[in-house]
Design a protein around this ligand. Structure first.
Ligand code: VGL
Ligand code: ZN
Length: 200
């Protein structure tokens, strides 16, 4: 794959999705296969973006102990990224520039796959996180979405970004997929491309 680099600058933000211990570390409770491999690559991207004056935003999956998002409470997933626990921390090897904003999602009874919004599973209502306003405040028109996982939070963030009218890029080298079902990676890529996301 071409190691093409996004032309970073103030109008372009780097959104680093959920590079947290539970996803990115082999000891994590919802380890995404190969997640640890993206950490140094994401670090290089953070450095390139920062050097060019791009805002860099970090998202964190940030759940209560009980949520319909977890299998134990009727949902899909093993318990992961419980607010304030070590598993919810950003991966210790991840470079986080001082003052870089963190957007926490899935904090209530929601599926918080997208960095931009949360879906309340009980009411079916979708509510915005601070990410959209934050990017607007910086005059951002383009985003690069990297991190974990390609078939869930990266995909949902990229789709929401495109729906907001942003130009969105997803470099596949900087993500990994959960693959609950075989082919989820290809389906996620196809869905993103169909929505106008540039998947590299
Ligand atoms: C995610 C599954 C459950 C993700 C979050 O960050 O992609 N996946 N919660
Ligand atoms: Zn989650």
């Amino acid at each position: 794959m071409a190691a093409e680099r996004f032309a970073y600058g103030p109008g372009t933000a780097l959104v680093v999705v959920d590079v947290q211990v539970d996803f990115a570390d082999p000891t994590g409770s919802l380890h995404v296969r190969g997640g640890e491999e993206v950490v140094p690559l994401v670090n290089a991207e953070v450095e390139a973006a920062t050097a060019a004056g791009s805002p860099v935003v970090f998202t964190q999956d940030w759940h209560p102990e009980h949520t319909p998002h977890f299998a134990a409470d009727g949902g899909t997933w093993p318990v992961h990224c419980v607010a304030g626990t070590p598993g919810a921390e950003l991966h210790p090897a991840l470079v986080v520039p001082e003052g870089a904003p963190r957007v926490r999602k899935g904090t209530g009874a929601e599926d918080g796959y997208s960095g931009f919004s949360e879906l309340d599973l009980a009411s079916g209502r979708r509510e915005a996180t601070v990410l959209g306003d934050l990017l607007d405040a910086h005059g951002v028109r383009r985003i690069v979405v990297v991190g974990l996982a390609g078939d869930y939070c990266v995909r949902a963030t990229a789709l929401d970004g495109a729906a907001r009218g942003l130009a969105v890029r997803v470099p596949l080298a900087l993500t990994r997929f959960v693959q609950l079902a075989e082919g989820d990676d290809e389906r996620a890529v196809a869905e993103m491309r169909a929505a106008g996301v540039e998947v590299l």
